[in-house]
Ligand binder design. Structure first.
Ligand SMILES: *Cc1c(COP(=O)(O)O)cnc(C)c1O
Ligand code: SF4
Length: 418
């Protein structure tokens, strides 16, 4: 654990340790798996070279070994950092990402860490400071100028890391200018956050908790939807009185809370955990929103759930909750063309296939069109799949074929949520 934490960033807090982890069930406990790096997350050869480097006692050699392993786990595949970065008058706007017409992602530079770290998380270059891999912006001015130039954007999603790591005055410095800009096209401000699970004190008993809630109220009073995109991975995160009070206090500001999380082996690869999670969210006034397929994690093999199994988990969970919780969509992959949901497994004239659909797409005309992939029980991502019925390409690749930056692989992309 100490050894693997040299490579994978580790951060926890007393609330996670005392209230969320069931120590009687360690190491299998889902909250322990979610927050404590495990030795098996590194492949045996990397574990061995790390052990050898430790034995030499040479700090520089150890550092070099750690960095080499981190780069092999590189969570930003080639090109990712510059993909979907918008420009204004030819100048790239770092800290913004614009992929889907309606929504711009905003990464405030002060919001790029979290109250505790998820062991699978791929955003760790932001935390451990690998050069040149960082998304950041302190520039609300750029964001506002971009929104003025693009009235088609109706939603700003503030994300990280976790923007709720910021103190209330700093959060205000990002949010208030957005309100003061009086952008009629801006309908909603969303904040992607895991704080509701890892540090619910943020909304209850930190010394600036009330000020945070006043800020939320101000957004609502200005006629904008404030949506907290709450990252709940497991029902245990909503079992504590503090977590429930936090949610109640957020909802009392007029904010809406929509819930999303990736499906992670060892953590929540279990239909009953999801159905309990969604039922509890609805009971507490929140809205189940997305179940994601995780791909771009540091230790992919350890956390991966095959698509066929992911779909079964989703179906079993969704079929055991009332319609009020069936607002949740998934399992969804955020890939190069967009958010691809696995709608099911079917047999069509003797061919076993996955039925797929784009929930969001770089080209809005692709949304909602069913398409099919050859069934493969081991496939865990879109680029493991081949089109069904002998097709050469996906329908959206035909339309992409002549664009200069068309890429051979369907890369995972940064998810707009902590
Ligand atoms: C998921 C995502 C969004 C938000 O999509 P919604 O379906 O509106 O929640 C925006 N941008 C990117 C890049 C995303 O991955
Ligand atoms: S960015 Fe999100 S997934 Fe990553 S460690 Fe923070 S809370 Fe977890």
């Amino acid at each position: 654990m100490v050894r693997v934490a040299r490579v994978l960033p580790f951060r926890t807090n007393r609330y996670v340790v005392d209230e969320l982890i069931d120590w009687a069930r360690v190491p299998d406990d889902p909250m322990f798996q979610l927050t404590f790096p495990q030795p098996e997350m590194l492949v045996p050869s990397d574990r061995a070279s790390l052990a050898r480097a430790e034995e030499t006692g040479d700090a520089a050699a150890l550092e070099a070994t750690v960095r080499a392993i981190q780069r092999r786990l590189n969570p930003h595949p080639a090109g990712q950092v510059t993909h979907n970065v918008p420009t204004l008058n030819g100048r790239p706007l770092d800290g913004l990402q614009h992929k889907y017409r309606e929504t711009v992602l905003f990464f405030p530079s002060q919001g790029q860490t979290c109250h505790a770290y998820c062991s699978y998380c791929f955003r760790w270059p932001q935390f451990v400071g690998l050069d040149g891999l960082k998304f950041a912006s302190s520039e609300t001015d750029d964001l506002i100028a971009y929104l003025r130039a693009h009235p088609g954007v109706t939603s700003v999603l503030v994300t990280g890391g976790d923007p709720m790591i910021m103190r209330a005055p700093l959060l205000r410095r990002y949010i208030e200018p957005l309100l003061a800009a009086n952008l009629p096209s801006l309908a909603s401000i969303r904040i992607g956050t895991k704080s509701v699970a890892y540090w619910p004190h943020r909304f209850v008993e930190d010394d600036d908790s009330d000020d945070v809630l006043r800020l939320f109220e101000e957004v609502v009073r200005r006629g904008k939807t404030l949506a907290l995109m709450a990252h709940y991975s497991h029902p245990r995160e909503l079992a504590t009185p503090l977590a429930r009070r936090a949610l109640a206090r957020i909802l009392a500001t007029g904010a809406v809370v929509r819930c999303q999380a990736p499906l992670i082996r060892h953590v929540n690869d279990d239909a009953r955990a999801w159905s309990e999670l969604w039922r509890t969210e609805v009971q507490l006034g929140a809205v189940p929103y997305y179940m994601f397929i995780a791909r771009d994690t540091g230790a992919r093999r350890y956390f991966e759930v095959p698509l066929a199994q992911a779909w079964e988990i989703y179906r079993d969970a969704v079929s055991s909750v009332s319609g009020l919780a069936r607002t949740v969509r998934g399992p969804s992959m955020s890939a190069t063309p967009g958010k691809v949901v696995v709608d099911g497994i079917a047999e069509i004239r003797g061919d076993k296939v996955f039925a797929l659909r784009l929930l969001q797409a770089r080209d809005p005309s692709w949304v909602g069109r069913p398409f099919f992939a050859r069934f493969d029980p081991a496939a865990a991502w879109l680029d493991d799949l081949r089109p069904a019925f002998g097709e050469e390409r996906w329908f959206f690749e035909d339309e992409e074929a002549d664009t200069p930056n068309r890429r051979g692989r369907l890369l995972p992309v940064i998810e707009g949520a902590a």
